[in-house]
Ligand binder design. Structure first.
Ligand SMILES: Cc1cc2nc3c(=O)[nH]c(=O)nc-3n(C[C@H](O)[C@H](O)[C@H](O)COP(=O)(O)OP(=O)(O)OC[C@H]3O[C@@H](n4cnc5c(N)ncnc54)[C@H](O)[C@@H]3O)c2cc1C
Length: 382
């Protein structure tokens, strides 16, 4: 057994939680696992669209983190304020925590203030509080036009804004409301990471429902009832919901872990950063793709989870000497909900050249699979 066994995990979202619980199981009794997380609850973002539509209540999509302690994981419920890579130490407001292995899983920060008017006039659904506010706005909505969009790339869950436009459109129809839905994005096509063929299939789904799609549109200004793009075009609407700009958490940038991408470059197979014994998983990381669809892998929970499982296995192996090392292969799946009871489904290996990708049109089966995934996170993951 190695003398190096102090593992510190920064962040307990999808990646951090998966890593900590998998490592605690695989290196039982041999590793000391400490998680630093500012929230006391784990929240499941894939269900936020259901919260917006009123199909879930907040308590159904979050869980207290305390059961992790039963797995002998120590949780420090504070914000990370400094990562000192040379001293191998992390600071919170009340303590300094030394590590042998550091796993950075701090996700992405939202910065709506980067776009003038966003905070005053745009709704968003990328956190639970904002999703609930948007739900309230929808409840009293009596307008004719809604804009749904993406303000900047990269953003997490490439399918989420498309899903939101399809769900809103479906819901307005079922309520007998005639509402025109616009979908805008700076991307050149829908879901660019999946390539042009699948992108066209998704765009056809929008077109079939009459959703007006505006690709290659970079949002520069939000006003009370309109948005303005970089090319000067304007869309007027009665309600706007948009994905806010994302950036790497400043504590990670200040530590010197990022590169010109703005995110943490890692070895795709091992998740190692340029600093020995320091790893980054999930949204905080930047992984270059070997194909031309997109320069970097999209940010998604399914990748954070897969990376976390591989990394936990490998660190458990380093500590216990048992089992064998594994390499992450970039595979992932994604649901694209289109109504209350149907979802499309995507599956692929995103790091192979060419990528192997499948698109499965909407069916009830995929919707039930997403419910099963939610149940796993809400019931079994901890
Ligand atoms: C609406 C929506 C729908 C989505 N749907 C899907 C989907 O269907 N499928 C899918 O694969 N992905 C989906 N995603 C994306 C997925 O949620 C993220 O990619 C995933 O959560 C990334 O995991 P992570 O561990 O990297 O970051 P996160 O899960 O964001 O976790 C980061 C954690 O770090 C904590 N943290 C940050 N800074 C600090 C600090 N300074 N100190 C202490 N703690 C800190 C945060 O509180 C958070 O708990 C969706 C996202 C959204 C918003």
């Amino acid at each position: 057994m190695s003398l190096k066994n102090q593992v510190v995990v920064l962040g307990c979202g999808v990646g951090g939680l998966t890593f900590a619980s998998t490592l605690a199981k695989q290196a039982k009794g041999s590793a000391s696992v400490t998680v630093i997380e500012r929230k006391s609850r784990f929240q499941f973002p894939p269900s936020y669209t259901w919260v917006v539509m009123g199909w879930r209540e907040p308590k159904q999509v979050q869980r207290d983190l305390t059961p992790l302690a039963r797995k002998k994981v120590k949780i420090i419920n504070e914000a990370v304020i400094k990562i000192d890579l040379s001293a191998k130490r992390v600071a919170t407001s009340s303590s300094q925590i030394a590590y042998d292995y550091l796993v950075v899983a701090l996700g992405a920060e939202h910065v709506p203030g980067e776009i003038p008017g966003f905070e005053d006039y745009a709704h968003q659904f990328y956190d639970l509080v904002s999703a609930l506010k948007f739900r309230e706005a929808l409840n009293g909505f009596a307008g004719n036009t809604v804009s749904v969009g993406v303000s900047r790339t990269p953003f997490k869950c490439p399918a989420a804004p498309y899903e939101m436009s399809l769900l809103l459109d479906d819901n307005f129809r079922k309520q007998g409301k005639k509402v025109e839905v616009h979908m805008f994005t700076p991307e050149a096509q829908a879901l660019p990471a999946t390539g042009p063929v699948i992108g066209k299939q998704v765009e056809r789904m929008l077109a079939t429902r009459g959703i007006k799609y505006h690709p290659k549109k970079k949002l520069v200004k939000v006003a009370r009832d309109s948005i303005v793009f970089e090319d000067g075009e304007e869309i007027n609407h009665d309600l706007l919901v948009a994905v806010p700009p994302h950036r790497c958490p400043s504590v990670v940038v200040d530590a010197g872990l990022t590169d010109s991408s703005g995110w943490v470059p890692v070895n795709p197979n091992t998740l190692a950063t340029k600093v020995e014994d320091v790893y980054a998983i999930g949204d905080v990381s930047a992984i270059e793709t070997p194909h031309g669809h997109m320069p970097f892998l999209p940010k998604a929970g399914v990748f954070a989870q897969g990376q976390a499982e591989i990394l936990a296995n490998n660190i458990a192996h380093s500590i216990t000497g048992k089992g064998e090392r594994k390499a992450w292969d970039g595979s992932g799946t994604c649901f694209l909900e289109v109504s209350k009871s149907e979802s499309a489904f995507l599956r692929g290996t995103f790091l192979s050249k060419p990528p192997r990708l499948e698109f499965h049109p909407p069916r009830r089966k995929w919707h039930f699979d997403k419910i099963a995934l939610e149940k796993f996170w809400m019931t079994y993951r901890l």
